[in-house]
Structures are given as C-alpha cells and as structure tokens.
Design a protein around this ligand. Structure first.
Ligand code: 5GP
Ligand code: MN
Length: 333
C-alpha cells in the first residue's frame, strides 16, 4: 500500500514541475484531495498545477486554491503545454486512465513520471510508475493525509490542506455515515479540525449553499420521478434533458440525489439516471453485499466501489429504466 513512500519522498526532494489531475466530473473527494495535495506540495517549493478534465460543482468553488485550477475543456492548449513540460503527474481518485476522458491522451503521451493515489477497486497497474492504492480507505483525501503522515511531513499541515482534505473525507463518506467510515477516519478528522478545518463552516458551504432550483429539482425527483420496487428492495429515479433544462441544471446539481431512496425502509438498491451532455449517465448505490460496481461494469461501461458506482448507458433514459428493472427482477446479488 505504502511501499513506494520512500521513492515518493525522494522524488519530492528537489523542486519539480508537478501536475495534479483527477477524474471527469470531479466530486468533493476529487477536488478536496487534489487541492489538499496542491497546498502541501507548494510548501515544498514545487511548481504545481491542478488540471481537471472538465468543470465541477459550484459548491466546491470556495475550496482554497480553486482560482488556480485549470479546466482542460476550457483551456486545452494551456493544459497540454503544462502537462508536456511536467516532471511528475499525480493522478487522484481514479483507477483507469479513461476516467480523464478527453484529457487522457495528453497525460498518456507526457513523459512525466506518473503517480496514482486512489481508493477504487482494481486500479490499472499500467497507469502509473508508483501506485498508492488503498481500497479500504474511505476517500482519496484520507490517503493523501496518510502519505503526508508516512513521509514524516506533518509539520506542513495547515488550514488550507486541512479544509480541502476534510471536504474530501466528508463528501465521500456521506458526512461520516457510510460503512467505510471507521475510527481512523474520525482520528484523521480530529487532526484536520486541530489544523484549522472549520467543520460547521465546511458543512454549510457544501450542503447548505445550494440554489433554489436545485432544491426544487430534488423535490420534483422525489415527488414525481421516484419508481419504487418494494418487493425487490429497489428504487429508480430518472431525469431527461428537458427536465434538467427546466430546472436550470448546473454541474453538480444532482449530486447526492441517488442516496435519497436508500433512506426508505427496506430499500437497499438505488439507481439515478440523468441525460447530461448528450449521454445517459448512471449513479448506482446499495447497502450491504449488492455489488453495484459489478453491475456498472457489466451493463454500463462503468465501475466504482461495491456500494457506490456509476457508468454510461448505450440506451435512452426510458430504455435504461427497462434494463435496470430487468436487472432488479433477475436479482441484484
Ligand atoms: P457517482 O455516482 O457519484 O458519479 O460515482 C460513484 C462512484 O462510481 C465513484 O467512485 C466513481 O469513481 C465511479 N464512477 C462513476 N461514473 C463512472 C464511470 O463512468 N466509469 C467508472 N469506471 N466509474 C465511475
Ligand atoms: Mn473518492
């Protein structure tokens, strides 16, 4: 897991040009771990750029360092030039290069040494020279914390790093409630609060700063779009492009919607389908031993974790609902 820690320490011993990147549609963990690592590395005297494949949700724009993030889709030439001239590329919160979407060629073609830090199952070993993979970690932000700790560099921990890593851990654990949350998670969180992360401020900025349209869209999903299959302990919510447009959809607006059906007694599988950017995207969540990453891989060119996965459907929204109904009826385990 951390057998390459000395190699990493050695690499970071002299000033490097470093690119940090993460998966398409960056979530709280992707941005929290990327910017947390950024604030750590700049203190060591490296020249660091965070490049995301595309844009991310507004509720993450308060993160310290947000103003320096380069969006590949908006600034492809700048992103390519920086990547081609970098010594190290650190890939965070992904297990497959395809998760970088259109930025993946640029990263693959760069001669930089690649380092992967991730908590997804089955990381692709060809993706990086040094791999820090811990599939039991609740988040990539947790692994970034551990790496700083294992390199004996805790003295560099500061408020910026703490706020970013706190956000990554908080969002990937559903506010410390998923099964991946354990005593170590809380131990790290207490260290981050000690280092200056203002926990109630962060919860407010991430969860209680949303637009009126977003909360209405959630109401619409729950009131009018929730399909329940009580005999099969399952639920599906779907939104087509017209519905998203009606509620002035912005990136990140539907994040977390998939979790709501799991609050219903007896429901232990939820699928959320949304037609975005011309693609039919899926989020799958489960409780217990229903392996949604296997379902995502088998039917939707996707992947993820045992209880949280995603992918893309080759079919229309309605056809995708029918397919998921079939999967549900055939048995989810
Ligand atoms: P979400 O449903 O929040 O988009 O994603 C949940 C989990 O599934 C995340 O851990 C994410 O990495 C993974 N995931 C989501 N979409 C895809 C996809 O298209 N391909 C793969 N391989 N994983 C995905
Ligand atoms: Mn993650």
């Amino acid at each position: 897991m951390y057998e390459n820690i000395d190699n990493l320490k050695e690499l970071l011993n002299s000033p490097r040009k470093i690119v940090i990147t993460t998966h398409r549609g960056p979530d709280g963990d992707a941005m929290g771990s990327s910017l947390g690592l950024y604030h750590f590395l700049i203190q060591l005297g490296h020249s660091v750029n965070v490049i995301t494949p595309n844009e991310y949700a507004n509720f993450l724009h308060w993160l310290p360092g947000n103003e320096f993030v380069i969006n590949y889709e908006k600034n492809p030439h700048k992103a390519e030039e920086i990547s081609n001239n970098s010594d190290l590329i650190i890939l965070l919160d992904l297990n497959n290069i395809d998760r970088l979407s259109s930025f993946s060629n640029c990263v693959s073609n760069s001669n930089a040494i690649k380092i992967l830090i991730d908590h997804h199952q089955d990381p692709d070993n060809n993706i990086a020279k040094y791999i820090f993979s811990n599939v039991t970690a609740c988040s990539t932000a947790e692994i970034v914390y551990e790496i700083i700790h294992k390199m004996d560099m805790n003295k560099y921990m500061n408020k910026n790093i703490a706020e970013c890593l706190y956000t990554g851990i908080m969002t990937d654990t559903g506010s410390f409630k998923f099964a991946s949350t354990n005593f170590n998670t809380h131990k790290i969180i207490s260290e981050l609060i000690l280092a200056g992360a203002n926990n109630s401020k962060i919860h407010d900025l991430v969860y209680d700063s949303i637009s009126a349209e977003r909360i209405k869209l959630l109401g619409y999903c729950l009131n009018e779009k929730l399909l329940l299959y009580p005999k099969n302990n399952a639920a599906i919510i779907s939104l087509n492009a017209q519905e998203l447009e009606k509620f002035k959809f912005k990136s990140g607006d539907t994040e977390g919607f998939v979790n709501y059906p799991l609050s219903i007694e007896g429901i232990n599988f939820a699928a959320f389908i949304a037609e975005k950017e011309g693609l039919v995207k899926l989020s799958l969540r489960s409780k217990g031993d229903i392996k949604v990453n296997e379902i995502a891989k088998k039917y939707f060119n996707g992947g993820g974790h045992i209880n949280a996965a995603g992918g893309i459907s080759d079919f229309s929204v309605n056809e995708t609902i029918k397919l998921i109904e079939k999967i549900i009826i055939n048995g989810l385990k």
